[in-house]
Design a protein around this ligand. Sequence first.
Ligand code: ADP
Ligand code: MG
Length: 573
Amino acid sequence: MADYRALEALLTRIDGAGYGAYKRLQGTWAFPDFTLHVEHVQGDPFAAPSRLRVSVPQEVARFPADLFSNKPRRIALEDFLVRKLAMEIPRCTKGSRGSGHSGEFSVVDFGQCILPRTAVAVSEEKVEAVISCGLPAAGRRILGRQAREMLLSELPELVRRALFYRNLDPQAVRRHVECGEDAEALRAQLYERDLVAFVAEGAILPRASGVSDRPLRTGAIPFVPPESLAVTLERPNGGPIRGMGIPTGVTLIVGGGYHGKSTLLSALAQGVYNHIPGDGREYVVTRREAVVIRAEDGRFVCGVDISPFISNLPNGTDTHRFTSQNASGSTSQAANIIEALEVGAKVLLVDEDTSATNFMIRDERMQALVSKDKEPITPFIDRVRQLYQELGVSTVLVMGGSGDYFEVADTVIMMDAYRPRDVTEEAKRIARKLGHPRKQEGGERFGHFLPRVVDLASIQPRTRKGRLKVQGSRMALRLGNYTIDLSRVHQFAEVGQVRAVGYLLAWLAEQGHKLGTDGPVGEVLSALERKLEEEGLVSFLPARYGDLAQPRRFEIAIALNRLRTLRLRDGSL
Ligand code: ADP
Ligand code: MG
């Protein structure tokens, strides 16, 4: 293996040469404290930056074994190190020098969640990190001196500061790791205690702004659990913790406008992921199988059996295999529910703000005026209990606008100036006082819906020239020649998950047969998720990319279902 002195000599030699000479950096270079793998060299200074992987042996990095002794701890430690790298880059590197991205180091973008990512990997043998680097040039002429400065002085300094345990704040590392492990343990207790979610006393739910996921710093009112819903769970590190437990079943969140209903629901939606210490929601946990459901008019729908909610459309469309290039508010919301159930959703999170009214309610007066045989929609209110009783699927629903739901709710929580109150008894009393119960429509049973078998070959991840193309943003995933609209999808925690979904779909298209199942989409995604848990995201990638974060199977399904080339295998489409 060539060493850093050879790298230095090479950079001196190619100073002033054309940019293409940088390709000679590709390969492995031994440094005194670590190994540098130059995995990808960019084609020009304006292209996506070059990819470096540094590998520090544990004899040098010296992380105490208990910081990564189980999976939640290891993931939290790796998360800490990504953040540390991002923090140290501006401190120990000079940044932009030359054309395009010249001189810049960077790591993956991240948010408030602790997620499994490809950027850092800690094992008993070594600590590895993937770092992007804009190899410097003036125009297309190599700036050899600047490259030497970057790779031989700044990079080693960055590695020392961020990846050597002795240079970290030991308390901060420990707090991070313990926080991740505690959240994981809290979530596990939800299942034992028949809860769908837990919100700790003192949690800070509101965010700094509509475009920032950081906590609101001034004027945030800490969460206080109502006495009747208070439970105490155990944390392996932090000890017992008290908070509000949301039971399984149908839970209604009511209250006046601007009293914090949607903020609570959003916190529950994010509670499927763990959060960093100081986020305010680090002890707000929701079952992993919780999915946000909303209306999404205009979306593509491929052969979904929405008949439990919608049947007898006036144009005679078969709703057992509903397909639309341009679904309506109610049909899109129905499809969103069935697709979530298809891949194993056990908790539906629904907000009136983002729902189709005619999908949610159909009140007595409307029942009297428009008879059921003229209304294709069986509203959610008539299905929400059946979902729980027949399929074991709980719902948490924000509904400030209709009291009809009082009758079907098990728990009613009122947000009152950001403080929750348990008003279940009051709501039930009011429902009873009105005398006759609401006329239930749409039959006694939710029944079965037709499973879909997806033709994986209809996922087309390559461009017409045959190049694999995956580009992600918070709003969209670009796969091959097609764009998947994600602008109204809520549970991607960061853009790295979007890109990861792109590679996972590409893998499904080309190697999905290796999963050994050609059954319904739920089975395929369960098998994919199992492989993901066992072998990690890296095993699905064509190269060691550093900018990916692990999604849930629900996010994979969400992208798949919105891909307009999608076809079913049973020949029905
Ligand atoms: P609703 O859905 O009941 O209409 P929102 O959840 O949208 O209300 O909250 C309204 C506003 O109050 C938002 O700007 C939100 O950030 C803020 N807010 C929510 N919860 C709190 C809290 N606990 N403390 C302070 N402000 C809050
Ligand atoms: Mg709201």
